[in-house]
Design a protein around this ligand. Structure first.
Ligand SMILES: [Zn+2]
Ligand SMILES: [Zn+2]
Length: 360
């Protein structure tokens, strides 16, 4: 069985042979159908984020079919179509109960199964892994899987679990953008395009997309942006002020740099809200003008779209089936697992929105 292994930053990812153990209690064996090459994975490759342990099997965005379950599994059954959640959700801790399962208190973020062991082996020795969606098969705890309807193609539905919910959820779950609002979006990559899509679903009146890459600004318009600003050519904060007449109601930072979080904050009106969606460099800090903060501006984070995966994933699948959520437009191309490096190269050259790895 083949999977993508990460060994160290600034090195090419390698596809290697692994052995996979049977699912134990509470776990499921999933045959993967599609896995999105997400920027968060690449953050390890370019050193933007330092993984606590290496090496490990990569991938967190994915969808597939449950083929076998371990003892005691109640949430999924063989044959179910499932989308992977980035976060394990116990469903009964305080945060899960309050509706914030991305902040589940039961599970730690580790590159192992919740019990500290691994199901992947290489040459007989245990090999670290998270959800390991960049693999032909994987074993995960059922608390990471969300069953969706069977008629949405899984090579498209895989995006729901990270890129789509991170963007749409930041708008509807976290910021709770009201109809008629003005919204600015800094960064129009895989997640940023979904912030735009979320703003459309929330009936925002003005949606301003900011990026430096022409292809991404074109995609932003396709997703529903009403205005585009090329940050390489004009001052985005000033332009947003002009378009909105004094600042946006909401501005989303979807790049992961403190300097752009600051720009997002500076582009909201007094009383407005800036939302940090991007993944910041490890150990970085954000500073903003205290006087502007005092003017009832808010600066908030939106971790994984504040997703309620068991509610949001089926909803998003329904929205796609009803023609109200764009997934096809987000996928620029499909590639086999072996072309993971090329998928990230395309992403960095700004010629793809998302590449989905397939397993046929
Ligand atoms: Zn992701
Ligand atoms: Zn929990």
């Amino acid at each position: 069985m083949r999977a993508v292994a990460f060994y160290r930053p600034h090195a090419r990812l390698v596809v290697e042979e692994f052995e996979l153990e049977e699912p134990r209690a509470g776990e499921a064996l999933v045959e993967m159908v599609g896995a999105g090459a997400c920027h968060s994975d690449f953050h390890h490759v370019d050193g933007h984020v330092t993984p606590p342990v290496t090496p490990f099997v990569m991938g967190h965005e994915g969808a597939g079919v449950v083929r076998e379950v371990g003892p005691g599994v109640r949430g999924v059954a063989p044959g179910d179509h499932v989308v992977f959640s980035i976060d394990l959700m116990c469903g009964h801790c305080r945060n899960c109960t309050l509706g914030s399962p991305t902040l589940c208190l039961t599970y730690e973020r580790t590159a192992t199964m919740p019990d500290g062991t691994t199901r992947f082996r290489k040459d007989g020795a245990p090999f670290l892994h998270g959800p390991a969606t960049f693999s032909e098969w994987t074993v995960v705890h059922e608390d990471r899987l969300v069953k969706i309807r069977g008629d949405v193609p899984l090579e498209k539905a895989c995006l729901i679990g990270c890129g789509v919910v991170a963007g749409v959820g930041a708008v509807v779950n976290r910021a709770r953008v009201e109809p008629g609002s003005t919204v600015a979006v800094f960064g129009c990559g895989g997640v940023g395009l979904n912030v735009i899509q979320g703003a459309v679903l929330a009936s925002a009146s003005v949606i301003i997309a900011v990026d430096r890459v022409g292809f991404k600004l074109e995609k932003a318009e396709e997703m529903g942006a009403t205005h585009v600003v090329d940050a390489g050519r004009e001052d985005a904060v000033r332009r947003i002020g002009e378009i909105t007449g004094g600042g946006a109601d909401y501005a989303f930072e979807v790049v992961g740099f403190p300097s752009i979080v600051r720009q997002a904050f500076e582009s909201v009106r007094p009383g407005g809200t800036a939302v940090m969606v991007g993944v910041p460099p490890t150990g970085s800090e954000v500073s903003v003008d205290a006087g502007e903060l005092m003017m009832s501006r808010s600066l908030i984070g939106a971790f994984h779209g504040a997703a309620r995966a068991r509610v949001d994933f089926p909803w998003l699948a329904d929205m796609y089936a009803a023609g109200r959520l764009k997934l096809d437009e987000l996928i620029t191309r499909y590639r086999p697992l072996e072309e993971i490096n090329e998928a990230f190269e395309d992403m960095n050259r700004g010629v793809t929105a998302r590449t989905v790895l397939t397993f046929v």
